[in-house]
Design a protein around this ligand. Sequence first.
Ligand code: CA
Length: 635
Amino acid sequence: MRYQRLTLLLWTFLLSVMAHGQDYVPGEVIVKMKGKSFQTATQKLLGKAGPSVSLKASFPQLGMHKLGLAKGLTVEQTIQELSQDPNVEYAEPNYIVKKATIEIDPSILESAGADQREFSREELLEASGAVESLGFSQNLAEVDVEQAWTELTSLSSNSSKTVVAVIDTGVHYNHAAFVATQAIWSNVGEVGLDSLGRDKRNNGIDDDGNGFIDDYRGWNFYSDTNNPMDDGRHGTHVAGIIVGVGLDIFASTLPTSRIQIMPLKFMGSDGSGTTSDAIAAINYAVANGAQVINNSWGGSSYSQALHDALKLAYDNDVVLVAAAGNYAMNNDQNDMYPANYPVPSQLSVAATSDYDNFASFSNFGRFSVHLAAPGVGILSSVPSLYSPSGTWTFMSGTSMAAPFVAGIAALVVREAPNLSAYQVKNLIMNSGDHVSSVMGKTISERRVNVNNSIIAAKAEVSTAGYAPNYLAANNSRTPASESSAKGGCGTIGSGGALPPGGGVPPGMLPALILSLLPVLVYFLIRARAKKSSRRQFERFVMKSDMRIKIGERELVGHMQTISVGGLSFEADTLLEKGGVVTMQISSPDGSEQVQVQGHIVWNEANHKYGVQFDNVRDGVVESIRHWTKRLAKSG
Ligand code: CA
């Protein structure tokens, strides 16, 4: 009961923390060089600028630098000058971003008889059931995490571990939740003995040549050391939730974690950090094998550099999870980054409570926030001044919701290693539960369901990977009138048509249309799975005409069956992967139409092309269900 009261308090209090300022580091800019010769362009630029700018950091994979400015130079003035340099693609401020948790005023908590106290392991074990229900199994919100723990024990002969980068305030890697579970990532190139018999972890040598000396357990980008210890609590709490999705971190005996946390500190103890350090951390995560990145932080300034860094992660098949933000705002109309970058493998996560209420502080967005996860009063690990193995406490925010999703993503990646990061995103969205409080507030209109996602992943074990091309075009929301049309439905690209740089080449369109005319529509998504495996999507008999629009061209075909997962057709001509199609599906009597967006996929097992639906609105499914019911009656 006390906890319920706490939740209510949060809801009323949080409206007062809607500060939403724009900020950047004085005396620093991020610059992206043009062309292929990074070195030459840089030398030219620095030669021209003379002593007024200095090189503070470089990201050669991205063609970027962080520059320091001499005294008296303003960021605005420098950006203007750099933008006119022929060697520069763009220059921008080094924006400051902040953690996405909610601070609760301790006095408010006390007056309600609650507190921000920390629990020792003994206290937790004593309280066991009660505390757990506050932590992960979530009272009335049936996220099925306990079922997942059980399901996982009987699953996956796969012994690999998924690496999740926690880009945050650091991680208390000595916390009991991580030590007993062996959940902290270890850089194998920086452990063991070197040729002189010294411990590689502290020999002062970059043993694996990745540019970081003695980075045996991640990196601290905030102070440029090899010690990513958490001095802000936030990152440790986030990491505990990620591990906790895969196992009961409150249990008296802890199993080995299937998820490994790569601690990458870029925010200080106050929970703020810079975009350039975030970019450095993302680069590190990508280069050192992270398959999932959790970003429980954000800001309102669009950064092309950060967008480009996330695109690099996407190109390396990394699942990206971002907190939607805690300003109770509509992200369709407001800037919130990184959550709003429409990178195809990114999930923007809103928060719900343990009673499946939409958290009053949580940002939302019918076209920009993908799904919801528990984020109110989540119990997880924190460092402690008094105990070297840490303690436990409650925190709230979309910061807590994001790691729920990151943990699921890690388990999905492990169960279905062939799926692309983009497919993992869609699987997680599609396997959540419909919850009324998130209707109209998220793309999927669902809250996560851990067990359903794992079961769905298991059924996808032999599915071929597919990932659309993506261009990190500027999608910042000015002018506001354009915003709602962009990035909608979790589709790819920023225009809604063929993705730039991908899709079907214009010259192939006529051939494509011709080859599609004898379309034999039947359906596929489940077909390549073994007959005994569960079917993820309902299948409907349609016997309807269908129209596919590709650019300006329209194709009419006949469809016999359809499922929410997709449909397929035979085509002799090779298609470039990545074609986005808008399909208009007519009811069998032709009286009604619905539209869905999808993209052309190649199904390796069936050797067929198909159209996979990106996201299907409930209305569409309802319509099809309704039509097929009528068919059954008339038949
Ligand atoms: Ca190294």
